[in-house]
Ligand binder design. Structure first.
Ligand code: 475
Length: 806
């Protein structure tokens, strides 16, 4: 420990340049972070050296998003230094928890997809599998959400402002990324070839981040790219004397990595977004070839060294880019290049919503990446020839399968390109993968037998159990000993403890402790609190109509109505605190109206003495990974209520179950697998099944008929429409109410009655404390399957073939 104190004070004095007695909390945090990273440095360098020596095959994970969460706690856990550091700091009069709270989380992702990438790279490091995560170092991550009069207001997330002790810039390893211009043909050795004469270029500067394995001596790398203007570009303009123009060019270049697009699941087709995608993918592919492979490497063998995993379609432009590198830069002939490329990519799809499938207009793509468009056309021509060979001139089929869509405008379907190029295509939960094959890409499934597989998502137990829930972790370790954190199926051994009175008592104490801890956090950040004896009912996820936060609201309004109308006495209702956490994409109007309504309902319910102590609605702003780590361990009930067939997987659902919350959920995404594992008795299932949803759409869904025929629903909607939550003003939520009554694309009204009935069952179950605890323990014991280590094992065995290295 003395060694640690010495190192820490040295960092504070010589790194940060302050004396302990004059240091701010931020000084102390930065010095501590740098001290901790020293302890990881030897492992990192060792990993890089061994990687270079063995040249083992590795994963290059290509993702536009990494929603990492805070780094300090995870780094301490990985090194096993937490206790020493805590005691050492205490000797200096410093509280570790205070320094941990000082860290601003890198919010370089929107939601599930970005958080999944962060869980996956954690698991790969822990499993000693070679992996480089490639992405973008956004200067501004996901916006900070505030509320003004109940409405969402977005603030810039300047996460780098107070210093960024976890990153290592490497300007010497910069890559040049070209854009625009034109292509020209030329003749060489009697063949006609094409080449790209780019119009402008930017530099991509890599910033490296450590990805420490859990106490295994390995540290992998996350390499995020930042855009700056190229020197050459600047110089030319500077020399022409136009200083102002030169500075403008610099700003233009730096815009590329300026900000994360806050749309989740709804691509906007913006040019800057395509620039971001090509920027990081091109830099990454070149980086891998230049810096990870030896100088004399024969790229014929590239598939033996790397698999580029495409995290959704955002990096799919990497397919024509690798073709361009091989054919135009490395002189491969087309067919050989295509054989190599097909083996080097695999594609994960994360959605089923048609509007979420990314397309780029040929016009835009041709302007920004003219050579890539040519390559895509040739890939498509040869692919469609193969289709014709198999199926004859089935023109409808050809149109359906073409990578190039003709309507409403000519555009490139990125999911199709990824499917044609990828060695495997995977969905993220059983149902999702099934629907992907049957509904989204059926022609491709027929054409490529065996290409489509399922890999159910997972979450890292290091962050989401050990770090987020130390009290539960200690209880588990007391029962099972060590080792379960890297072998999560061992949680099964907890099953007998579901009948053990002493264990149950301790389990309840853990939940109570986590509720108090959450309450303190909420008091500090928003001046709200959670009541100890309330059932804590939580819905945290992006705000989306298909996720149906509105259905949750209808339940709350119904309970409120039952009390205020005198139908039930306040004392006869199970007291609940509801917590919402959700950001809406800034341009998604309906989502923003739903946020407004949640806040409006909260204001009225929380201020009404008639329900005091019985119902409380909290909506802490700016839900992020940091808050998730406090909310999830405290929850009793996990809300997973998407319309069946719409949520690809969900990963929050897994985190809740692993932390001993019971799920109320539809037959959707990974909910299905959770229920199968925990058992029907320990899961509250409700709602239409996916085929029933389809049947109802087909026959013509009339939401108002549900409103007409269900009194509870009628009353709840009328309360909103009447202005109960808007000071009597009927206009405020008119759009939202009309949408529910006359459109309701995601069938909240159709599922309302089943949901309310299931919630009434929840109340009954909660009143039986013993039964509830038993179920909660069984949820923990039976969901070890959802470790992202297991997901990674599936990818490794079935897609990547990248065994652990050392
Ligand atoms: C699914 N994000 C979850 C999770 O597999 C699933 C899309 C476009 C631009 C930016 N972000 C996105 C997503 O599509 C996304 O997060 N999808 C989610 O991926 C991990 O568990 O069901 O909705």
């Amino acid at each position: 420990m003395d060694g640690f104190i010495r190192e820490f004070l040295r960092e504070l004095n010589f790194g940060q340049g302050v004396a302990l007695s004059f240091s701010s909390i931020n000084d102390q945090y930065l010095a501590l972070a740098r001290t901790v990273r020293h302890y990881l440095m030897a492992r990192w360098l060792g990993t890089l050296r061994r990687q270079f020596e063995t040249q083992a095959k590795g994963v290059a994970y290509l993702s536009a998003e990494y929603l990492l969460g805070r780094q300090l706690g995870n780094a301490l856990l990985a090194t096993g230094l937490t206790d020493i550091v805590e005691e050492g700091l205490a000797k200096c009069g410093i509280d570790l928890a205070t320094l941990r709270a000082q860290e601003v989380e890198p919010g370089l992702g929107n939601g599930g997809l970005g958080r999944l990438a962060a869980c996956f790279i954690d698991s790969l490091a822990t499993m000693s599998v070679p992996c480089v995560g490639y992405g973008i170092r956004y200067e501004y991550g996901i916006f900070r959400q505030t509320f003004e009069d109940g409405r969402q207001v977005e603030q810039p997330d300047n996460w780098l402002a107070l210093g960024s002790p976890w990153e290592f810039p490497h300007p010497e390893a910069a890559q040049i990324v070209n854009f625009a211009g034109h292509t020209e043909t030329y003749e060489e050795d009697g063949t006609v070839r094409s080449r790209w004469i780019p119009g402008w270029s930017v530099q991509a500067i890599p910033y490296n981040y450590m990805v420490p394995g859990y106490q295994n001596g390995r540290v992998n790398t996350l390499r995020l790219w930042s855009a700056v203007a190229t020197n050459a570009f600047d110089l030319r303009i500077f020399n022409s004397g136009d200083y102002a123009e030169a500075v403008r060019a610099q700003t233009f270049a730096e815009n590329i990595s300026k900000v994360l697009y806050p749309e989740d699941s709804t691509p906007q087709g913006k040019e800057l977004r395509l620039q971001q995608q090509y920027f990081f993918v091109s830099a990454s592919i070149h980086d891998f070839i230049d810096n990870v492979l030896p100088a004399d490497f024969d790229l014929t063998h590239l598939p033996d060294r790397v698999i580029f995993q495409l995290n959704d379609t955002h990096p799919v432009i990497g397919v024509p880019e690798l073709m361009r590198v091989l054919v135009d830069e490395k002189d491969f002939d087309w067919d050989d290049a295509w054989e190599i490329t097909k083996k080097c990519f695999a594609y994960t799809c994360h959605t089923l919503l048609p509007e979420a499938l990314e397309v780029w207009s040929v016009d835009l793509l041709g302007r920004l990446l003219p050579r890539h468009l040519e390559i895509i056309y040739r890939i498509n021509d040869e692919f469609l020839d193969e289709v014709r060979e198999r199926f004859g001139d089935d023109e409808l089929r050809i149109r359906r399968m073409s990578i190039i869509a003709e309507h409403p405008e000519r555009s490139v379907r990125m999911a199709y390109l990824a499917t044609v190029a990828g060695s495997k295509v995977n969905g993220v939960a059983e149902l999702h993968s099934q629907l992907l094959r049957d509904k989204v890409l059926p022609d491709f499934d027929e054409f490529y037998p065996g290409k489509f597989i399922n890999v159910t998502n997972g979450v890292t137990p290091r962050r989401f159990i050990r770090l987020a829930n130390p009290a539960l972790s200690e209880l588990i370790t007391d029962a099972l000993g060590v080792g379960w954190l890297t072998d999560l199926e061992r949680l099964r051994e907890l099953e007998p403890y579901a009948e053990d009175e002493e264990f149950k008592e301790r389990f309840r104490a853990v939940k109570a402790h986590n509720k108090r801890r959450l309450s303190r956090v909420l008091v500090d950040r928003d001046g709200t609190s959670v009541d100890d004896d309330h059932l804590l009912d939580v819905m945290v996820k992006r705000l989306h109509e298909y996720k149906r936060q509105t259905l949750k609201l209808l339940h709350i309004v119904t309970l409120y109505d039952r009390i205020t109308s005198g139908e039930v006495k306040p004392a006869d209702i199970v007291p609940r605190t509801f917590i919402f956490g959700a950001k809406a994409a800034p341009g998604y109007r309906m989502a923003k109206e739903i946020i407004h309504l949640i806040n409006a309902v909260g204001s009225v319910v929380n201020a009404d003495p008639a329900v005091e102590g019985r119902l409380k609605v909290l909506f802490p702003p700016n839900y992020n990974v940091t808050l998730a780590e406090k909310v999830i361990p405290a929850a009793d009930l996990s809300e997973q209520i998407s319309l069946a067939g719409k949520e690809a997987s969900g990963t929050g659902n897994m985190k809740f179950a692993l932390n001993g919350a019971l799920t109320i959920g539809t037959d959707d995404g990974a909910n299905i697998e959770i229920r199968e594992l925990v058992g029907d008795d320990n899961f509250f299932l409700f709602g239409l099944l996916e085929p029933e949803v389809e049947a109802l759409y087909a026959k013509g869904y009339v939401p108002s008929s549900f409103y007409e025929s269900d009194e509870g629903l009628h009353r709840a909607i009328d309360m909103i429409a009447r202005g109960t939550f808007s000071g009597g003003d009927r206009g405020v939520f008119d759009g939202l109410v009309s949408n529910l009554l006359y459109d309701d694309r995601f069938m909240a009204l159709a599922d309302y009655r089943a949901y309310i009935d299931a919630q009434d069952e929840v109340d009954k179950a909660y009143l039986d404390e013993d039964r509830w605890t038993r179920s909660a323990i069984l949820n923990v014991a039976r969901t070890g399957f959802f470790s992202s280590d297991r997901s990674m094992r599936n990818y490794i065995d079935r897609i990547w073939h990248t065994p652990p290295s050392f």
